[in-house]
Design a protein around this ligand. Structure first.
Ligand code: SF4
Length: 368
């Protein structure tokens, strides 16, 4: 059976893990209500990584619903995705990059997901006719790369992935195609499918590589299975980079972060972005770490990293652009636009007075 069809075997109800949770029947009932709002889905493999004896286990925190999701602080579209949508499932925020939302499904639904508004839920935000999205990209020659995201595109069938690749590789002005996927981390057996690997091999050309941008958040996600998945992709000529999200109680200490980044380099995955957790409803209160604390974690972690493993940037994906969080000096925190919705802001630096509680740009009161 192809791996993407095995998705049906996932654990998708609180009842299935109630005996492992170690919480009262009353709390179990409340957790069921949380999962009714934002569905639960965990692959058996990812569930097997949880240490149930530890109520603060980081893998558990990322995959299992929590009562903290009842907190409604924040909002659902933190990066202005609606205003950058050109047609259902196609966003064009930065001139050079098109983003395609290919599906609302994933192998495991991460509780901190910034697209919580659509993951596992009925939505009109997913691409309807991929050919229309490809036509838009063809007509916009300023676009030189495409990120196929979701949800997780690699849970789609090989047939659908092939259609995407066929359409996108025909567009001459694209210099690379990226798949944003957490399947190497949450469903590494997907890459034991020789047909999928053959597809990657066929379409990753020496002068125009395919990229998989994956998301390892904790060193415990680096297992023989995920290392094998990464290795199969590398052998198929695919390049891998990693985006980690800074998550309270998961990777918010320098030791964990440095171990993660050093290990990623060891297995051939380039550390790329380290994202500030967005102020998403039902996520912010549960997972967001204040930015100033994030800066200190990053600096201490970098002191334990080598040149290759400290290549990541600490980034806030704000509605105005991707803003690099540079550091703190003499009571001020410094930022720089790495990508900007308004091109005039590209490369622009600015600072704010340090605010130890601020978790997002809009929380800082004074621009200096
Ligand atoms: S795999 Fe990605 S899109 Fe899916 S729930 Fe996790 S973070 Fe969100």
């Amino acid at each position: 059976m192809p791996e993407h069809e095995r998705l049906e075997e996932v654990i998708d109800s609180v009842e299935q893990i109630a005996h492992k949770l170690g919480v009262s029947p009353d709390e179990t009932e409340k957790l069921k209500r949380v999962a009714q709002i934002h569905p639960m889905r965990v692959s058996p493999y990812y569930l097997s990584l949880i240490d149930w004896a530890d109520p603060d286990d980081p893998i558990r925190k990322m995959a299992v619903p929590s009562l903290k999701e009842l907190n409604l602080d924040g909002f659902y579209d933190t990066s202005g995705e609606a205003e950058n949508t050109k047609m259902p499932g196609l966003q064009h925020k930065y001139s050079e990059t098109a983003l395609i939302l290919s599906t609302n499904r994933c192998a495991t639904y991460c509780r901190y997901c910034f697209r919580k508004r659509l993951v596992g839920l009925p939505t009109k935000e997913i691409v309807k006719r991929f050919e229309d999205a490809a036509d838009y990209i063809e007509e916009h020659e300023e676009i030189n790369n495409v990120l196929v995201s979701g949800g997780d595109p690699l849970v789609l069938s090989n047939e659908v992935i092939k259609r995407f690749l066929e359409a996108l590789t025909k567009i001459e002005h694209l210099s690379c195609i990226r798949f944003g996927s957490r399947t190497p981390v949450t469903l590494p057996s997907r890459f034991t499918d020789p047909e999928l690997i053959a597809l990657f091999k066929r379409y990753s050309q020496i002068d125009r590589r395919l990229y998989v941008v994956t998301q390892f958040n904790h060193p415990r996600e680096i297992t023989p299975q995920s290392v094998s998945a990464v290795s199969k992709l590398i052998n198929a000529g695919v390049l891998l980079s990693n985006q980690t999200v800074l998550l309270k109680g998961v990777n918010d200490n320098s030791e964990t972060l440095a171990t993660l980044m050093n290990s990623l380099v060891s297995i051939g995955v380039t550390p790329y972005y380290f994202f500030q957790c967005r102020p998403v409803k039902r996520v912010k209160n549960h997972f967001q770490v204040p930015i100033c604390e994030g800066v200190r974690i990053v600096e201490k972690a970098k002191a334990k990293c080598n040149g290759l493993s400290k290549r990541f940037k600490y980034i806030m994906s704000h509605k105005t652009g991707k803003i690099e969080i540079l550091g703190i000096m003499k009571g001020k925190i410094y930022f720089k636009y790495h990508e900007a919705k308004n091109r005039k802001n590209l490369g622009v630096m600015f600072s704010h007075r340090v605010d130890e509680k601020a978790g997002w740009l809009d929380d800082f009161s004074t621009e200096l």
